[in-house]
Design a protein around this ligand. Sequence first.
Ligand SMILES: Cc1cnc(Nc2ccc(CC#N)cc2)nc1Nc1cc(C2CC2)[nH]n1
Length: 324
Amino acid sequence: MSVPSPTKRLGSISDVQSIIHKESWQDHFIVEDTIGRGKFAVVKTCIEKETQRRFAAKCIRKRRHCRDCTQDILHEIAVLELSESHPHLIDLHRVYESASEFVLILEYAAGGEIFDYCIGVKDKFSEATTRRLFHQILQAVSFLHSNNIAHLDLKPQNILLTEEGIEGDIKIVDFGLSKHIAKNIEIREILGTPDYVAPEVLNFEPINTSTDIWSLGVVCYVMLTGVSPFLGETKNETLMNVTTGSIDFPDELFNGKHSACKDMIWKMLQREPTERITAEEILKHPWVSGHVSPKTSIRSPVTPCHLENGDSVFFENNFLTYEK
Ligand SMILES: Cc1cnc(Nc2ccc(CC#N)cc2)nc1Nc1cc(C2CC2)[nH]n1
């Protein structure tokens, strides 16, 4: 499948406001169960009265930490609108606004989070299934990057399957932390989830689309092995492992797996963002493109890469806090 070209531009805030309904969303939808809950949003399944189709309603509070976050939410809606043409990015159906919240009516992905397959709640993915799904993840992320959008919260909890079981297709969700990467505008922000956050985020260095590639390297490692490569006993230890640890591929985890997948992950987990492989390049990598056979051997000098880091990071309220 070719990646849809970046024909649309990221909508302006006024473009977005033109699609927002002001009436109550519950006039048109029957609310069912809560399927996701974050600090500022709750996600419920719902049935559209007119069509009897199931959707996911993401109810997002406007005010967070005594700050009005309307502009942030309008950005998330703009990214969803840009993404409507891509098969592996969740589709936005409707938007409703009340005094206190926005309600995004989103496509329903019945298979839930791939996280459940990674941690053993459901059967682990085979290498072949991981490759098929990872190819779809890369197509979606490559589309975002070609439109200068960095997701910045890629993790198995934000990667869904369209149906129960391993035959489903990928839908990437939650653009709440995404950023438009504008030319010569630096973004330095401590955000993300410890296991998947890139070193440059923790070192308060500029972040961009290559920050997503690091996260996807961790996602692929977890999909293949069920193990998080930088996991520590505590969240702070995990963060320290990310900034100072090295990546390795223990035989007990990678036995029977093709060496090409290790080569690809190693190229995604390069500490220097400019040395990291891009999404477009990964789509051509032998492991993803399927041009590997038992004879294909890729020698990757997987050497520990340590980072001197005198700074400390600590973790509170599910966000990373940085102390020089
Ligand atoms: C069956 C199901 C089970 N678990 C989740 N978890 C989940 C993960 C991330 C977010 C965070 C977000 N956004 C919200 C819920 N989503 C599901 N289906 C969805 C979920 C959705 C849209 C994304 C809400 N469509 N179909």
